[in-house]
Design a protein around this ligand. Structure first.
Ligand SMILES: C[S@@+](CC[C@H](N)C(=O)[O-])C[C@H]1O[C@@H](n2cnc3c(N)ncnc32)[C@H](O)[C@@H]1O
Length: 349
């Protein structure tokens, strides 16, 4: 297993672990016979060594290979690669190697789109380069992709960072991109919801310790994770003495992934899925009921032709979500995608 990032915290006699993940998603332009799943397990293991994590479990559907990692998850499908890693891992250091494998092994030579995002770290000072600050991350991403755009949303101390190749709608770059898309017919419906939760209910977090749960399947059931998006094949892992990761894959190619850092001093849970629904209300309610965070960041990306195209609009109507008050909200209209970002905090009881 990768070198552990657990740092002792003498004040609380608890452990610190950086649950906040770095999330990179690269889409390649469709090409005849090209498929990222041609990249072998050994080649992925070598890539993940650069990131400082390793594969601990694997499951797949017809459309996607899903890996549980020692620090979160990786999903590989025909033309989309997703890597989500926490702790002090260094995912941007492997991008060059992935682009080379995509070209040489998988037959993908053209990047269509890139999304890199993360919440502000609890302890940015322990991150390794280039992850010690967003400017360095952007600089490295620009060295691969050339014309990306960087955004910072939310309050300074608890912001959410995004880098993407998508231009904002209405700009000259957007008009050019739309023309290219229309000519090549490359677009396909897509949507992603992420709920990044901090300061969680300690009773719920106890479920994700070996003391409470004898195995991952027990924790999955006890917490209600198996009911959030029923029908998925679940690959779950319970760390020792605590910590939990799961991937779920559905027959239709959709995925979900949940990662849990239960330590009281730094509790953190992330939920992500690309399930196409016309309203995320129920999914959000189930996630919040299962984990009971004090605070969370919610992001929804959707293409205009996605069933979820309206889901983010519904969200914009709410100034509050059950016991939570919206503290910040931003909306971005990119060429081909719309994004809703919001930060919610529990109402004082
Ligand atoms: C399961 S991973 C998931 C982190 C995730 N990004 C999140 O949302 O919190 C981290 C949790 O597993 C625990 N853990 C135990 N052994 C670990 C190891 N060898 N490597 C990484 N995490 C480990 C950490 O202390 C932490 O609670």
């Amino acid at each position: 297993m990768a070198e552990t990032e657990i740092i002792s915290n003498s004040e609380s006699n608890d452990q610190f672990f950086e649950g906040v993940e770095k999330l990179i998603e690269i889409w390649f332009t469709p090409a005849k016979n090209a498929d990222l799943r041609k990249i072998t397990r050994q080649q992925w293991e070598n890539v993940l060594k650069i990131v400082r994590c390793e594969i601990i479990s694997f499951t797949q559907s017809e459309q996607v290979d899903a890996y549980v990692l020692s620090e979160s998850s990786m999903f590989v499908s025909r033309r989309r690669w997703i890597l989500k890693t926490c702790g002090t891992t260094t995912p941007l250091r492997c991008v060059r190697a992935v682009l080379a494998l995509a070209q040489d092994v998988a037959g993908h030579s053209c990047v269509h789109n890139v999304f890199y995002s993360r919440r502000e770290f609890a302890r940015p000072e322990v991150q390794l380069k280039p992850h010690d600050n967003f400017d360095s991350e952007v600089k490295l991403l620009d060295s691969f992709f050339g014309d990306g755009r960087a955004y910072i949303m939310g309050p300074e101390k608890d912001c959410w960072y995004l880098y993407t190749l998508l231009p904002l709608e209405g700009t000259v770059a957007a008009v050019e991109k739309e023309q290219q898309e229309a000519e090549s017919g490359r677009g396909e419906p897509d949507q992603t919801i992420e709920i990044l939760m901090s300061d969680l209910d300690p009773q719920v977090m106890d479920i994700f310790t070996r003391e409470h749960s004898h195995d991952a399947a027990y924790a999955t059931k006890e917490s209600g994770i198996d009911k959030i998006l029923p029908g998925m094949v679940i690959d779950d892992f319970l760390f020792d003495p605590c910590g939990y990761s799961m991937n779920g894959v559905a027959k239709d190619g959709c995925y979900m992934t949940i990662h849990i850092t239960p330590e009281r001093a730094c509790s953190y849970v992330s939920f992500e899925s690309n399930v196409p629904v016309s309203s995320y209300d129920e999914v959000i309610a189930r996630v919040l009921a299962a984990f009971r965070p004090a605070k969370f960041v919610l992001t929804i990306f959707a293409t205009p032709d996605s069933p979820a195209a309206d889901a983010y609009r519904q969200l914009r109507k709410y100034r509050s979500l059950s016991a939570y008050e919206e503290q910040e909200a931003q909306y971005c209209r990119f060429s081909g995608y719309e994004l809703q970002y919001a930060l919610y905090c529990k109402f004082p009881s």
